[in-house]
Design a protein around this ligand. Structure first.
Ligand code: AVJ
Ligand code: FE
Length: 450
């Protein structure tokens, strides 16, 4: 469980901040200055913008909000305000050079560690349980994932490599059923106790979820190929209207980064062209593609509540766990997280990370699209700023759950919520499917208990 004494909290915060900076450094030191300032895709910022934005947010929250310091460089705030400038415009801003950005981020970090050293880590909502430090570490890790997406979009010589993730063994997959039934009834969704949970994960509340079936593992490339070969992209029946419009307009017929060559499907993955690995979870599909596949398969996407119940509900105790495997933090045996590997593990891997009911790979590997719009939980309160979550609530964004191989453990929990536009394909997203359990159709759906 999470520490509460100041010395342990300090150690946790230092460790999370240092781990994030190590990753940021690796993602920005592996290419030259020209590549750092170039825009590799209009969907993304130049890497050097993310780097200085990481420093600027840390300065805002740890030096100014927590420690009451004055702005170090007030003239740069607007350049690194994500709401003032859309990504496509960022290359034309007066950005700090790579050297200046590295120096600024390092300078802020030195002062932030100094603030952490002296802080009582209690007494205000930002300080309690070292929340602001945990929030800043999560923010840096989220931008590290964003920078990894930029690396995947980038053309040119290979800059990043990592060993492959573990393969499932026949001993642990022999008796895997294709789907698992999650019994109907209430469960506790969200959290009021996880110290570094962000505002949108709060508060804990009871949610009634009727019985449903959910895929034991994420949908694989092989399964997705069967949808493609069955004419999935040319049959309007499977598609939401906006999804059909998008694939027609852009002539889409396969996941992003795939191409057909010499009678086989290849994909470009971090600069390497490889045959599409049929046993890995499908990656780089939009919500519309996930939704269309599910309909073709006679199924549907799970709601966000169903996903979280599958991931956290322990039928034996009736309690919600922090993670599918229990309350302990992630380990390399339980989940593919933290960019230790540059790809999802084949479906069926990570038996040690399965839920009490036997659902696998809920945490790590690929973000999973859910059927749900991004909405506040009952009792939501924006903290510490409206622009983290609140301004994104509504029907424009769909919720993704579970984290990907590119998510660090500090930014991944059974309660963690991500969101994006349903057209997005560059994110590390796949999905799994669900269906109603027909024996309990008479139970009222969606009712909130207490
Ligand atoms: C939660 C991943 C949607 O990257 O836009 C980063 C996280 N918020 N800086 C994003 C975030 C502010 C956010 N997502
Ligand atoms: Fe940010």
């Amino acid at each position: 469980d999470h520490a509460t004494d100041p010395e342990s909290l300090r150690a946790l915060a230092v460790e999370a901040l240092l781990r994030a900076r190590e990753r940021t450094t690796a993602l920005t030191d592996c290419v030259d200055d020209g590549e750092l300032t170039a825009q590799h895709s209009p969907l993304m910022s130049p890497l050097v913008w993310d780097l200085a934005h990481i420093g600027n947010q840390e300065e805002l929250w740890l030096l100014r909000a927590v420690a009451g310091r004055d702005a170090m460089r007030p003239e740069i705030d607007s350049v690194y305000d994500a709401f003032e400038h859309p990504r496509a415009e960022r290359p034309s801003l007066p950005l700090l050079s790579p050297g200046e950005a590295r120096g600024y981020a390092a300078d802020v970090r030195g002062r932030a560690l100094d603030v952490l050293e002296r802080s009582p880590l209690r007494g205000t909502p930002l300080l309690d349980a070292a929340f602001a430090f945990g929030m800043v570490a999560q923010h840096e890790q989220q931008h590290d994932e964003t920078m990894l997406i930029t690396h995947q979009l980038r053309r040119g010589p290979v800059a990043l490599t990592a060993p492959p993730p573990p393969r499932p063994t026949s001993a642990t997959t022999a008796d895997l059923a294709p789907e698992v039934m999650v019994p109907g009834g209430p469960f506790t969704m969200g959290t009021s106790t996880e110290p570094w949970a962000l505002d949108n994960e709060r508060p804990a509340h009871h949610r009634f979820v009727p019985a449903f079936f959910i895929d034991t593992v994420p949908v694989s490339n092989g399964a997705y190929l069967r949808f493609m070969e069955d004419g999935g992209y040319t049959d309007e029946r499977w598609w939401a209207a906006e999804g059909w419009a998008q694939i027609r307009k852009h002539g889409l017929g396969a996941p992003l980064f795939w191409r057909r060559e010499g009678g086989q499907w290849l994909r470009r993955h971090f600069g390497v062209v490889e045959p599409v690995p049929e046993d890995e979870p499908v990656l780089h599909v939009s919500w519309y593609e996930a939704d269309a596949y599910a309909r073709w398969a006679g199924r549907r996407l799970p709601t966000e509540a169903e996903w979280e119940k599958a991931a956290r509900h322990d039928p034996a105790s009736g309690r919600s766990l922090r993670y599918p495997w229990g309350d302990c933090d992630p380990t390399p045996e339980r989940a593919n997280l933290g960019q230790r590997h540059l790809r999802p593990a084949p479906v069926g891997a990570y038996a040690a990370g399965q839920s009490p009911l036997g659902v696998r790979q809920l945490i790590g590997d690929v973000w999973e699209w859910t059927a749900s719009d991004f909405s506040p939980y009952p009792g939501f309160a924006a903290f510490p700023y409206r622009e983290y979550s609140e301004v994104f609530f509504g029907s424009a964004h769909k919720v993704l759950r579970g984290g990907s191989f590119a998510v660090d453990a500090v930014a991944c929990r059974g309660t963690f919520r991500n969101w994006d536009l349903p057209v997005r394909r560059q994110i590390f997203a796949g999905f799994r499917t669900a269906r109603d359990a027909p024996d309990v159709r008479d139970v009222p759906t969606g009712a909130v208990v207490s």
